[in-house]
Every structure is written in structure tokens, then in C-alpha cells.
Design a protein around this ligand. Structure first.
Ligand code: NAP
Length: 235
């Protein structure tokens, strides 16, 4: 039994640990010092490349445990799995429940548009999603990411931090930088939830980017359920 786990999340790491030798973890190569154990790195070359890799290596199943916003990889996994008839499971943590005070937007471009001139923004969308905000004039951004941004960051300051974050850490950043707006993707999970609590406590307006729509596939929310799925694959 061989399962390919598409990663880039803490859940993918936990899943691979739980599965042991059965699993191969694949990372895009965005984070230079990932916390993961053994893994392969880099793109496959689209859905066709992934299908060729799956066939060559003889995988019996794929688990898409990428970040909920890694939409391209999820589509490629769907296309490759469908083309080959290889079972596919998505492991996806639940989205954060909408709070009444949030302003929800469809995508990053809409988030950039929603910011008023003069806004002091805590930008927590990751190092790969900064260009729309850099192109937007009239705002100041505290840009936070794990890795130094590879693209020019928006006007303001960059802070490099790795989750999990505490409410105290988030409050301190928001107060020190006189933040008026928080821009976040609806990533879900506990590791980065504290910023929402801190924003609520300090009157910071939350602009929340909704999750992209992905192909409909069998989806579980926990590592335990994903392990069960793999056990059933062998039967
Ligand atoms: P994406 O837009 O969906 O994917 C872009 C390309 O990167 C894919 O077409 C694929 O290249 C390659 N790729 C992505 N994930 C891969 C994986 N696990 N293994 C091998 N190749 C992968 O993804 P993204 O938004 O750039 O995210 C990149 C990675 O960072 C993902 O692993 C994701 O889980 C993680 N991440 C993303 C976010 C986010 O907000 N987007 C946040 C936290 C972590 P080919 O087409 O050449 O195969």
C-alpha cells in the first residue's frame, strides 16, 4: 500500500507521521526549512505531471492535505486522480465560523479593494499573496509571513513569525502598529485563530477572504478519519 500525501499544512505532517512507511509527503518547496520529516519537494508539472508520477510510482491513493487556499494543487489532484481512477481524499480543517462583525470577501483582490485609504493593515495572507496589496496605494501594511516575501511587500513593515500565535502576541502587534484592519484568509484551525480574538478585543475590522471553490471530493476534517480511509483502502 502506497499513499501520496499532498502537504503544506500541519495536518499533512501529522497524517504522514501517523501513517508511517505507507505515506510519501509532497511539499511545494515554499517553506525553506519545513518542520516535516522525510518528504519530496517541488511541483509535478500540472495534472498530467502528477498523473505520470502516480503511475510511475504505483500509488494506491492520494490524500490532498494542502492548505484550503492551494486551489491549483487541489484541482490537479482531482484531475489526475480522475484520469487514473486512483482514490482521492481531501483532508481539510473546518473553516472558521463567520462572526457578525467580519466583512467577508470572495478573493484577495476584493479584500484589497475593501480597504479604505489610510487603513493600517495587519496582512496575514501568506508570502505568496502580496501583489494585489502591493499594487494598492494609500494603505500601510504590517505584512506577516513565515518566509521572507519573494515579491516586493506592500508599503509598511514585514514581520517574520511562524504559527502558532497567542492572543497576547497578536494584540501586541495590533496595538504597537495602530492597526485598523486585519486581512485574513479563512484558513480555519487553532494555530492562527488568535488574531481574530485580538481583533475583536481591540476593535480592528476583520476582512475575511472566503475559501475558493474546489472540485467535490470525499472530504474528512481530521487526521484520524484520514488514517481510517487509508486502512480501508487496503481491504
Ligand atoms: P497552488 O497555487 O495550489 O499550487 C501551485 C503549484 O505548486 C501547483 O500547481 C504545484 O505545481 C505546486 N504545488 C502546490 N502544492 C504542492 C505540493 N504539496 N507538492 C508538490 N507541488 C505542489 O498552491 P499555493 O497556494 O502556491 O501553495 C503552495 C504550498 O503552500 C501548498 O503545499 C500549500 O498547502 C501550502 N500553503 C499554502 C497557503 C496558501 O494560502 N495558499 C497557506 C499555507 C500553506 P505543479 O503544477 O508543477 O505540480
Amino acid at each position: 500500500m502506497k499513499v501520496l500525501v499532498l502537504g503544506g499544512t500541519a495536518e499533512a505532517r501529522q497524517l504522514v507521521e501517523a501513517l508511517g512507511d505507507v505515506a510519501t509527503l509532497s511539499l511545494a518547496g515554499v517553506t525553506r526549512k519545513p518542520l516535516s520529516g522525510p518528504h519530496r519537494v517541488g511541483g509535478f508539472g500540472g495534472a498530467e505531471g502528477l498523473a505520470a508520477f502516480l503511475r510511475r510510482e504505483g500509488f494506491d491513493g492520494i490524500i490532498d492535505a494542502t492548505h484550503p487556499f492551494a486551489a491549483q494543487m487541489s484541482r490537479n489532484a482531482f484531475d489526475a486522480a480522475t484520469a487514473l481512477g486512483v482514490p482521492l481524499l481531501r483532508l481539510e480543517r473546518p473553516a472558521w465560523l463567520k462572526a457578525p462583525a467580519w466583512r467577508e470577501v470572495e478573493d484577495l483582490a476584493a479584500a484589497a479593494k475593501a480597504l479604505p485609504a489610510g487603513a493600517r493593515v495587519f496582512l496575514t495572507v501568506g508570502s505568496l499573496s502580496l501583489d494585489t496589496f502591493a499594487a494598492r496605494g494609500g494603505i500601510w501594511c504590517l505584512t506577516r509571513s513565515i518566509e521572507p516575501p519573494t515579491q516586493p511587500p506592500p508599503h509598511g513593515e514585514v514581520v517574520l513569525q511562524r504559527p502558532p500565535f497567542s492572543v497576547q502576541n497578536e494584540l501586541e502587534l495590533m496595538v504597537r502598529h495602530k492597526i485598523t484592519h486585519l486581512v485574513s484568509k479563512n484558513a480555519g484551525g487553532e494555530a492562527t485563530r488568535a488574531k481574530l480574538e485580538a481583533a475583536a478585543q481591540s476593535g480592528v475590522q476583520v476582512i475575511m477572504v472566503k475559501r475558493p471553490r474546489l472540485p467535490e471530493v470525499l472530504t474528512v476534517e481530521t487526521v484520524v478519519e484520514a488514517v481510517k480511509w487509508v486502512e480501508n483502502l487496503g481491504e
